[in-house]
Design a protein around this ligand. Structure first.
Ligand code: NI
Length: 134
């Protein structure tokens, strides 16, 4: 089994806030990410596919994978407010945990000859989230 990873990058703004909670509980749970006037993160997205190389010697053309990621994810999220601008994030708390699960759903239908293995989203130097589809 061979694993191929493509990295993409985007910047996006969000606010993590639950309207059913008090201001203090939001601050306690979400910290700076609850800031009322938004803030941004520089996200690095790593998408790993797995399978066996075909007669071309490729598992999947990495440029083609990049095109899928750009069309489905990066072009939709980059320089956007994730709470307000992105239809598929409507009513979703835009945490990295929720983002990786949604990114998985958006990408999987476009992979024909290999399987999605991992969606990894790096939110800060010290925090990243991984999803393996289960
Ligand atoms: Ni944040």
């Amino acid at each position: 089994m061979v694993y191929l990873t493509r990295k993409e990058h985007f910047n996006a703004a969000h606010r993590l806030y639950n309207e059913d909670w008090s201001e203090s509980k939001n601050l306690e749970v979400y910290g700076k990410c609850a800031n009322a006037n938004w803030h941004g993160h520089n996200y690095d997205l790593f998408v790993t596919v797995k399978g066996e190389p075909d007669e071309s010697g490729f598992l999947m053309n990495a440029h083609h994978l990049s095109k899928i990621l750009k069309k489905e994810i990066v072009d939709v999220l980059d320089h956007k407010n994730m709470n307000m601008d992105v239809p598929f994030l409507k009513d979703v708390q835009p945490t990295s945990e929720n983002l990786v699960k949604i990114i998985w759903q958006k990408i999987q239908p476009h992979l024909l000859n290999c399987k999605l293995h991992c969606v990894k989203l790096v939110e800060t130097e010290n925090i990243f989230v991984e999803y393996y589809g289960e």
